[in-house]
Design a protein around this ligand. Structure first.
Ligand SMILES: *Cc1c(COP(=O)(O)O)cnc(C)c1O
Length: 381
């Protein structure tokens, strides 16, 4: 097949005219920062996930940092997370002066292995941060058991998993906090942004306060006609606020979440069918009881680096999710972990390849990827 002219990324947002109108409306209003779209979006997200509350913030990273802090992750405590993730999952601890233990993954699901979590639990463990890799939920029944018997919090990194389910229950509704990202490659976007879903009222209130410099009152109460100037800074925090512009975009995008999820699933199924049984490639396995959100479509391949180069050369934005977190300089300097202690993560890291998957992809794009992967597999044999 002839090489395509334009570059096909691995993920891409899909903005339509309704989205643009929604943003325009906010731009013409008096509230472009702390306005009504935020609460509307939060309500919609909480209803969708099935939690009492949701708090929108300015990134998925902020959601993780804030959730950790609200759950008591601080100096002297530790969290356990998956090494096969974006660095933000682990940074949630470091940003709170706490430490990280990595638990090896399961080779089939690419998710953290509950048995490995158990091995890493100590007196100091304050939270487990399971990452629902690619949009497939972790084994939440087992993780819940471990968390309960050891009295540690679960903070879900659900950045890949908006709309995913484990045994009928949505990702983001299991833990003390569920963290989402609305970066443009994720399921819906607010430009930059994130959110935390919460059931516990105390944690909810704490997160609200931490979102806004640790201030105990919100701006509307202060700036209104009957407001007064008094407020108190209770704790050290930062500005984690999202704009009304971003939330209007996310809200408008959210109305198409089912369409987005359906299209992602269709593409994944088409890939599965095309690659099933081919030599040199292993399709991703969906475990029992899972509704997959397909943020990523990851295969395991022979000669990954060669195939990566070949496909990039064909204008396909393949990617590697992820370089294990313990391999990054920051973590090497801090913990000097031996990759050999994470055999499954290393096995997957050496073979994994993300193929383009996003709702705006058309049939021709999908077929092009399939044809080129097949070509590539022969080429790099
Ligand atoms: C995207 C992502 C984040 C961070 O989200 P941002 O909005 O980019 O800060 C955290 N964890 C995982 C697994 C992600 O994919």
């Amino acid at each position: 097949m002839k090489k395509r002219e334009n570059y096909l990324p691995y993920g891409l947002h899909w903005i339509n005219n309704k989205d643009i109108l929604a943003v325009n409306q906010v731009l013409k209003s008096d509230w472009i920062s702390n306005g009504p779209a935020i609460a509307k979006f939060e309500k919609k997200l909480a209803d969708y996930i099935g939690t009492k509350y949701a708090v929108a913030v300015n990134s998925g990273t902020a959601a993780l940092e804030l959730s950790a802090k609200a759950c008591g992750v601080e100096k002297g405590t530790r969290i356990i997370t998956s090494p096969l993730s974006f660095v933000a999952s682990a940074n949630a601890a470091l940003l709170n002066q706490a430490d990280v233990d990595f638990a090896d993954i399961d080779k089939e699901s690419f998710n953290i292995d509950p048995g490995e979590i158990e091995k890493k639990i100590t007196e100091k463990t304050k939270a487990i941060i399971p990452v629902h890799f690619a949009g497939q939920c972790c084994q939440m029944n087992e993780i819940e058991k471990i968390a309960k018997s050891n009295n540690v919090a679960i903070i879900e990194d659900a950045a890949h998993a908006l709309g995913a389910k484990f045994q009928g229950k949505k990702a983001g509704s299991f833990g003390k906090a569920g963290c989402f990202s609305f970066h443009p490659v994720k399921h819906i976007t607010s430009g930059e942004g994130g959110a935390i879903t919460v059931n516990n009222e105390e944690i909810y209130k704490k997160i609200l306060m931490l979102r806004n410099h640790g201030i105990d009152r919100d701006a509307k109460k202060r700036f209104g006609k009957n407001g007064d100037y008094a407020y108190d800074v209770k704790e050290l925090s930062r500005n984690f606020r999202i704009s009304d512009i971003g939330c209007a975009l996310a809200l408008s995008q959210f109305s198409r979440i089912e369409t987005f999820l359906k299209r992602r699933e269709e593409i994944a199924k088409t890939y599965n069918k095309a690659f099933e049984g081919l030599d040199g490639i292993k399709t991703p396995k969906t475990m029992q009881g899972i509704k997959h959100a397909w943020h990523l479509y990851c295969v395991l391949v022979k000669n990954r680096d060669k195939l990566f180069k070949f496909l990039r050369g064909q204008n396909i934005g393949v990617n590697v999710h992820y370089i294990p977190i313990y391999r990054h300089s920051l973590y090497q300097k801090k913990y000097n972990l031996n990759p050999k202690d994470f055999p499954n993560t290393e096995y997957v890291f050496k073979r994994i390849l993300s193929l383009p998957i996003f709702p705006k992809m058309v049939e021709d794009d999908v077929n092009y990827v399939i044809a080129k992967v097949k070509e590539g597999l022969k080429e790099v044999k």
